[in-house]
Design a protein around this ligand. Sequence first.
Ligand code: MN
Length: 310
Amino acid sequence: MGDADEPKVDVLTPRDVPLGGPRAMTVRRTLPQRARTLIGAWCFADHYGPDDVARTGGMDVAPHPHTGLQTVSWLFSGEIEHRDSLGSHAYVRPGELNLMTGGQGISHSEVSTPRTTILHGVQLWVALPGEHRHTERDFQHHVPEPVRVDGAVISVFLGELAGALSPVRTFTPLLGAEVLLEPRAAVTLVVNPGFEHGLLVDHGDVRVAGTALHPAELGYIHPGTETLTLVNDSDDTARAVLLGGTPFEEEIVMWWNFIGRSHEDIVRAREEWENASERFGAVEGYAGHRLPAPVLPNATLAPRGNPPRG
Ligand code: MN
């Protein structure tokens, strides 16, 4: 158990979600869920693999739209071909950040490449704050230089940690980093006390602030701490992704691939996608049809925020 000085940790457990595609690979989703909508501006967390793509069919997500958010693709193994309506054509590879900004509207496709044997990684979304949610579509690629601290190797893809600073601009204060923990290592990291954090464990038996997490669980660490201690309780290397950010105070409406502020925002985005509006542009080079939007629920979509703090 953690000592009295350690911050409170809530364990968020994943649920299995089929991702689409001919044989529908399954992902483990920890955000959003009933107990928590956001960690900082991080509003969506899918963890998948390691999957043998010969068995699962890999990833094949046809062109689909996004609004009001950024997507972060981070792989541990395998390769994904990304195409978007900016004209970007990129390969997502392990240890390389691919950050797509939806803003007012973008569309993209994601397909694991024939070279891929094992597909393993995370897909994360960042909610854009109200003042920037209609920003222009954008795509950035960045390869962070891993930094070594005693007991760990850390790749900071967004924000700042362990003396490493990502040059990639964010619209709210944010942290995203992969942490590889050596066997039996205990690592104490200095963090921003104004941030809340989430530790998503990929593999290994990891304790954060005294709380044990299983693979695919997301430990939510309340704001107010200046250090976070990560412990690897196993004889193998452990891996986790550390997320953080200033608590996101706005309520958002999230439905399918859209983030808005009202039911009407979502209805409009859906209609514009179904009508092939210029808002989302077109993806060139994908072999197949674009994804149709699902039918809206027969009820008004309610804004969601985080539970009251305390
Ligand atoms: Mn997407």
